[in-house]
Design a protein around this ligand. Structure first.
Ligand SMILES: [Zn+2]
Length: 204
């Protein structure tokens, strides 16, 4: 295994652990897709959690601006699926702290635990298992910046762009692998629907 796993090595881990599935899936956004990915299924296994998060930390460390700030860096996740990545990255980098945002119910605004406050000028790297639409990551970025923090990077295990993926502009972006699934706006535009392949509803 390389120090930074290759795209093929990452995909092999995802397939072996059942984290990456082929089929015909309906996302909550209404999009249809031929591919579904649940990185937490791969993160069940400690050796893969380590391999993936250490690999990602090496990409971050290679950035000189981020490397210079490591001792003071906060690693922040938008939801619990990002936690194994966040702790793995923090441990490998020896960054300062890890925390995460939550919402009580899907659709509620993200918030931090009571008494968890950003200190003025805090430097933050956002991490998550996957960047798909980036909706939560962009909400988290806004929340942190409103509270006076500086977001200096975004790091995910998998980048799976969709037609709706949020544009993070010039924010340095790091990912171990990119998966380009086919997305269809609705059943009328979906090739898999046309072929009559059974549709499976997914909730994240
Ligand atoms: Zn379809």
């Amino acid at each position: 295994m390389h120090l930074i796993p290759t795209q093929d090595e990452v995909v092999a881990v995802l397939r072996e652990t059942g984290a990456l599935r082929d089929g015909h899936f309906l996302y909550p956004s209404g999009l249809h897709s031929n591919e579904y990915l649940q990185v937490p299924l791969a993160m069940r296994y400690y050796q893969y959690q380590r391999m993936l998060s250490v690999g990602l930390s090496r990409l971050l460390r290679a950035n000189s601006e981020i490397r210079a700030l490591i001792p003071e860096l906060s690693i922040v996740a938008p939801a619990n699926a990002g936690l194994p990545v966040a702790y793995g990255v923090c441990e490998a980098l020896r960054a300062k702290q890890v925390y995460w945002a939550e919402n009580d119910r899907e659709g509620d605004s993200l918030r931090f635990r009571q008494y968890l406050e950003q200190h003025p000028g805090e430097q933050v790297v956002l991490v998550d298992d996957i960047l798909r639409t980036g909706k939560k990551l962009s909400e988290l970025k806004k929340l942190l910046e409103t509270n006076g923090a500086f977001v200096i990077g975004l790091a995910v295990i998998i980048y799976q762009p969709t037609p709706d993926t949020h544009d993070f502009g010039s924010l340095p972006f790091f990912h171990l692998a990119q998966l380009d699934a086919s997305y269809y706006a609705d059943s009328a535009h979906c090739e898999l629907c046309t072929e009559g392949i059974p549709l499976e509803k997914v909730w994240v």
